[in-house]
Write a protein that binds this ligand. Structure first.
Ligand code: NAP
Length: 290
């Protein structure tokens, strides 16, 4: 077993971004700017947005937060998005999910200018990704590919099993890894809650990506010895520690790490890469590369 150290890799990416932003500022140009919209007071969403702001600050990227009460109307939200879409000093915009039930999140995402959609959730960006055209890639799948690339894990010709078909993780990562490219060129099996014989499929995987949102779901009996394990899950489990909780993933790390090849820890694996990918996309938006 070898740890795939997402924390160290993401720090390296942030250092690269910091150097690039410093060079921009040295040229007396304005810094890249990421705006975030946060609705309501969901603690997890607040934590995610705070980490994104912190990461921006550490790399010199300007960040601004547009915060709304839970009861904000969809109309008001759409008008703020329109304002940000037309503000030439803002390069990227993220709308933290989930939104309250009275707001149609599909409509909200579709109202973001695709050229500022650094989360890569806009239908235009998802469509371009499907066609292999330049686009903003969703941050978590992009972080996973970057992790594989920088860890020199070869995906060509490999059988990759993805557990979970969400629009933000499972489906895009399966698509990205099955396309031509490096990482890519893999044969991908995408599993979900209606998949028969899940264990039989998992045990055939050279690379197993778990994104199903169930703590410790992947057991050693489901893993081929030496397989690469990418654990996307994030779960806050209450315990008697001083903090009162610990973070764990979708993989039963203790038993799986005894038989697998390279594996991402939780925390310190994929989670760390998601924010790094978001910053990479912000820089891409600033450079108007699309
Ligand atoms: P999600 O939207 O809840 O999707 C879960 C997927 O898992 C669904 O496709 C579901 O199938 C499938 N599934 C559920 N139970 C299953 C079972 N018993 N067997 C096979 N498939 C099953 O989850 P998500 O948003 O993709 O997130 C997944 C996990 O990743 C969560 O723990 C989340 O917190 C974490 N996450 C981490 C990051 C990061 O930065 N590291 C980013 C995003 C999410 P159906 O489609 O049939 O319902």
């Amino acid at each position: 077993m070898k740890l795939i150290d997402g924390k160290t890799i993401s720090e390296k990416i942030k250092e690269e971004i910091k150097t690039e932003v410093a060079a921009i500022i040295d040229r007396d140009e304005r810094a890249p700017h990421l705006a975030a919209i946060l609705v309501g007071d969901d603690p997890a969403s607040q934590t995610y947005v705070a980490s994104k702001e912190k990461a921006c600050k550490s790399t010199g990227i300007t960040s601004s937060l547009y915060k709304f009460e839970e009861k904000v109307s969809e109309k008001e939200l759409l008008s703020v998005i329109d304002f940000i879409n037309n503000d030439n000093d803002i390069d990227g915009l993220i709308v933290q999910q989930p939104l309250p039930p009275h707001i149609n999140s599909d409509r909200v995402v579709a109202s973001i200018n695709p050229l500022k959609d650094v989360d890569g959730f806009h239908p235009v960006n998802l469509g371009k990704m499907m066609l292999g055209l330049p686009s903003f890639l969703p941050a978590t799948p992009m972080g996973i590919l970057e992790l594989l690339r920088r860890s020199k894990i070869d995906t060509e010709g490999k059988h990759i099993v993805v557990l979970g078909r969400s629009n933000i993780v499972g489906t895009p990562v399966a698509l990205m890894l099955s396309r031509k490219g490096n990482p890519g060129n893999a044969t991908v099996t995408l599993c979900h809650s209606k998949t028969d014989n899940l264990n039989d499929l998992c045990i055939q995987a050279d690379i197993l990506i778990a994104a199903i949102g169930k703590p410790g779901f992947v057991k050693a009996s489901m893993v081929k010895p030496g397989a690469v394990i990418i654990d996307v899950g994030i779960h806050r489990i209450e315990d008697k520690s001083e903090k009162g909780y610990h973070i764990t993933g979708d993989v039963e790390f203790k038993e799986v790490s005894k038989i697998c090849g390279p594996i991402t820890p939780v925390p310190g694996g994929v989670g760390a890469m998601t924010i790094a990918a978001l910053l990479m996309n912000t820089l891409k938006a600033y450079r108007k590369e699309l």
